[in-house]
Ligand binder design. Structure first.
Ligand code: MG
Length: 240
């Protein structure tokens, strides 16, 4: 598992070993560092409507091709950081998702070769101002507020084909599914996205959310937990 963290004035990357992180030959205890988002992407590419059950829940036809949109890198926050609800929205929703982190610069990668370009996987929360999404008719404003892209806590190597995924709010289970229910698999998403834009090291592809999305309120704590990837935990506060 790979971590990115702040220690004093330094930002470091290291390997998580038990309750320590080893970085540049030095061992740090997890509790003495501030974990940051494990990647610092040039872009975050998100996939809309990519779970069969979620499409059924919304009574929507299964898409023939992935529907993608971008979140700016300035929206990314790490584990433990607060999601700030913008005053311009009255409905901020969580969306627990599996994120892929890209290992090296690539374009036009075939699904068959996609795994060669994957650094690892992380929990992701595609926080969305649902009312603004409906009002605007396109998604940029609703998806792009600062803090609307929690990622972490680590980047972990995994087989993404069948991982349990859960989202909890204040400890109450809200989403429960498996990545085996994805309409477009991770390799297919890498082929599709890299056929459009060059992917750079650290770029993130978020693979879509299962059924059970719902709203957040100030004071909530939201957790996304994917099998083997740890738990991404973030508080929610009202912005001003
Ligand atoms: Mg989403």
């Amino acid at each position: 598992m790979m971590a990115r963290f702040r220690y004093g004035d330094e930002i470091l990357r290291g390997e998580v070993i038990g309750s320590s992180i080893e970085a540049e030959g030095v061992e740090y205890r997890l509790e003495e560092v501030e974990l940051l988002a494990p990647s610092d992407p040039s872009k975050v590419i998100c996939v809309g409507l990519n779970y069969v059950e979620h499409a059924e829940e919304l009574k929507m036809d299964l898409p023939a091709e992935p529907i993608i949109f971008l979140k700016p890198p300035t929206a990314v926050i790490g584990p433990g950081a607060d999601i700030v609800m913008p005053p311009s929205s009255r409905q901020v929703d969580y969306e627990g998702e599996l994120a892929v982190v890209i290992k090296e610069r690539c374009r036009c990668v075939s699904a068959r070769k996609a795994d060669d370009y994957v650094l690892g996987y992380a929990n992701f929360n595609d926080v969305t101002a649902r009312d603004l999404q409906r009002r605007d008719g396109q998604w940029t404003r609703a998806k792009s507020f600062d803090t609307f892209a929690p990622l972490g806590p680590f980047i972990t190597e995994a087989d993404p084909s069948s991982l349990k995924i859960e989202t909890r709010v204040n400890g109450v289970l809200r989403q429960k599914s498996s990545t085996s229910d994805l309409i477009f698999s991770v390799p297919e998403l890498i082929e599709f996205v890299s056929g459009i834009m060059t992917l750079l090291p650290g770029d993130v592809i978020a693979s879509g959310t299962p059924p059970g999305v719902g709203s957040l309120s100030a004071g909530d704590e939201v957790e996304v937990e994917i099998e083997g990837l740890g738990t991404l935990r973030n508080g929610v506060v009202a912005g001003s």
